[in-house]
Unconditional design. Structure first.
Length: 382
């Protein structure tokens, strides 16, 4: 099989799905290729939080801190885009429940106050509360909490709904999706790229690599070596009574997030490490991550922390050396664009908008020059 399109999107996770929809709505003929079944790897296994207020700068065990202040203007932009998508994409699973960011020490309280000032400058509404004020608003919070910030824009999207809804809408509007179609080669032919698979060849002037943990191997097929590292994170779920927790709760100094999804379970995230990334199978879970995450919940939300552990699962992500996102065209491979890294789930609609602008030769509405893939290119050594 041979097919000519305007854009080939490699990766049918939430970034790929959002990008396919945005490009299709901009008039492009789009083919989406995925190595397995869409939404079964990173996007479908994440906690699904929408990080609009600033969160902790490090996952548990993470060395380099995220420059969270630099990301706030992007978080404001993506927040608006999530709302717009909810108006045009049925079944998105979006829940703008609002969220608390809690602190337990004087240093962490100072961090809340600092980030509140950054958020005000960025146009993101947050409010600083004392521990007692926070407990009056959410009685489940424990006595160790000294302060909290409240952001009404925080929330989550159900991971099993959001990506498939976006991808399904893209197909309804004209895109084609090809699951279980791993890309085996990229060849430059004139001004086009030939995207090679065992099922056929697609020819397009533009290729978008949004393959998450497999972004670097795809870029290498185009002759560009990127310093990207796949890793695996661990999530948990607890039983709960209906409406036991109607907001998102996170910690400013530790890797912790918790909210209640539509099925009634409490979903715990926060970036706790799983076992080593595996190319084809899910990474094994780590007992110490389960123990650490559950201890946090028992301390911060005592009435919920003793609830029964329902499930533990792991999911892959891709990380950069500076723990910041990456988006843009590969200088060594004209017409090949990448997007991913930190906050990919939150930023999916924004990255879709930016990539669509870049592909069509227009200026994106936000400045993403600091996140160029050029900073991650491995140069050959002689």
């Amino acid at each position: 099989m041979r097919s000519e399109v305007d854009v080939v999107v490699i990766g049918a996770g939430i970034v790929g799905a959002a990008t396919a929809l945005a490009l299709t709505r901009a008039g492009s003929r789009v083919a989406v290729l995925d190595r397995t079944v869409p939404n079964t790897a990173g996007s479908g296994t994440t906690a699904g939080n929408l990080h609009i207020q600033t969160i902790h700068t490090r996952r548990p065990g993470q060395g380099t801190a995220v420059d969270v202040e630099q990301l706030l203007p992007l978080q404001k932009s993506t927040s608006t885009l999530w709302n717009s998508l909810a108006e045009t994409v049925p079944g998105l699973g979006l829940n703008r429940c609002g969220g608390f960011m809690v602190a337990e020490t004087e240093q962490q309280v100072d961090a809340l106050v600092t980030k509140h000032a950054w958020e005000q400058d960025a146009g993101i509404p947050t409010e600083v509360l004392t521990g007692d004020e926070a407990r009056r608003a959410l009685p489940a919070l424990g006595p160790t909490i000294e302060a909290a910030t409240w952001c009404p824009w925080d929330g989550f999207a159900e991971p099993d709904l959001a990506g498939p809804a976006l991808l399904g809408q893209a197909v309804l509007e004209g895109a084609t999706v090809h699951p279980s179609t791993p890309v085996t080669g990229l060849a430059r032919v004139g001004d086009d790229w030939e995207v090679l698979t065992d099922s056929g060849t697609w020819t397009a002037p533009v290729v978008i690599d949004v393959a998450g943990p497999w972004m670097a191997p795809i870029a290498s097929l185009a002759g560009v070596s990127l310093d990207l590292v796949p890793t695996s994170l661990q999530m948990h779920s607890l039983s709960a009574a209906p409406r036991a927790l109607e907001v998102l709760v996170q910690h400013v100094g530790e890797g912790m997030s918790i909210k209640q999804d539509r099925t009634g379970r409490l979903v715990l995230g926060g970036g706790w490490p799983a076992g080593a990334f595996h190319d084809t199978d899910a990474a094994p879970s780590r007992r110490e991550s389960t123990t650490g995450n559950l201890e946090q919940v028992r301390r911060l939300l005592p009435t919920l922390g003793r609830n029964r552990l329902l499930e533990t699962w792991t999911g892959p992500v891709v990380t950069t050396p500076d723990e910041m996102p990456v988006i843009g065209e590969l200088s060594g491979a004209p017409g090949v664009f990448v997007a991913g890294g930190t906050y990919s789930f939150t930023f999916a609609p924004l990255w879709a908008q930016v990539l669509t602008a870049l592909v069509h030769g227009s200026e994106p509405e936000v400045d993403v020059s600091a996140f160029s893939p050029d900073r991650l290119v491995h140069l050959p050594t002689y």
